[in-house]
Design a protein around this ligand. Sequence first.
Ligand SMILES: [Zn+2]
Length: 151
Amino acid sequence: MAEIKFVADVMVGKLARWLRVLGFDVIYSNVLDDDEIIRIAESENRIILTRDTGLSARRKQGGCLFIEDDNYRIQLRQVLDAFDLKEFKVFSRCLECNTPLRPADKEEVFEKVPPFVYLTQERFAACPSCGRVYWHGTHADEMLKRMPIQL
Ligand SMILES: [Zn+2]
C-alpha cells in the first residue's frame, strides 16, 4: 500500500502537527501560498488538507479534503475517517520538519539532551535533517495522554 501523504494549509497547523505525531507525512508551513500548495500536491502526489473552499475547488478528484470544523480534535477524526487510517507509527517523524526519525545511540545524544533525560532514558531518536533529539519519556507520554482522539 502506498503511503498516504498530505500538504496542509495555514489554517490547520494543529491538525498537521497531530498527524505528524501519529507518523503521517504532512508538509506544513505558514509561508506556503495556495499556488505553492497546489504545486506540491500535484508534484508529490499529496492530498491537500484545507479550510479554504477556494483552494479545495482548485484541486478535485480526491486530491483534497475540505476540513469542515474549527476544532482540531474533530479535524483529526475527519481525516482518519475519510481515509480509513487505522495504523499509526507514533513518534516516528520529526514534529518540526516532518523528516522520518532514525534511532540514535546514547553517546551520540549526550550533549543534546538534559542531564536528567540522559540518565533516565535509554531509547533516543534523532532527526537527520534538523538534528532534534527525541526520547520516549514523560514528554511523549504526556502528549499521548493529550491525544485528541481515542486510537
Ligand atoms: Zn527535524
